[in-house]
Design a protein around this ligand. Structure first.
Ligand code: ZN
Length: 117
């Protein structure tokens, strides 16, 4: 059995879904779904689906009291599948460019470099 990582959006537990119906002579694709938020991924084989589900973009840091970045500087933050630019204020809250407090931010990362040319 392949080991599935937690859901990248909500941290929920994911599992491989059994197909509801399989036509004769057809190898069904493999579907992995988060039991909490419903995020899902489908690939031709279980190995491909597990590899895709477990893949994480480099550079993201999971929010925790030990891993928060410097206050006042801008970062990309992820709130489920939504990504925004925000900064951390002195009260440890993420604030977006419209001065709105973002709830349930799960990850942050440095801003990417601007395009050239
Ligand atoms: Zn989820």
């Amino acid at each position: 059995m392949n080991e599935l990582r937690e859901c990248p959006f909500c941290g929920g537990e994911a599992e491989i879904q059994e197909p509801l119906y399989v036509a004769p002579g057809i190898v069904p694709p493999c579907l992995i779904r988060c039991g909490r938020c419903g995020a899902e991924i489908m690939r031709d084989t279980e190995a491909e689906a597990v590899a895709a589900w477990n893949r994480r973009a480099a550079g993201w840091v999971k929010c925790s009291p030990e891993t928060m970045p410097k206050c006042g500087e801008r970062y990309l933050v992820a709130n489920g599948p939504i990504v925004k630019e925000a900064y951390l204020d002195g009260g440890n809250e993420w604030i977006d460019r419209y001065d709105i407090t973002l709830r349930y931010v799960t990850h942050w990362r440095p801003l990417p470099q601007l395009p050239e040319g």
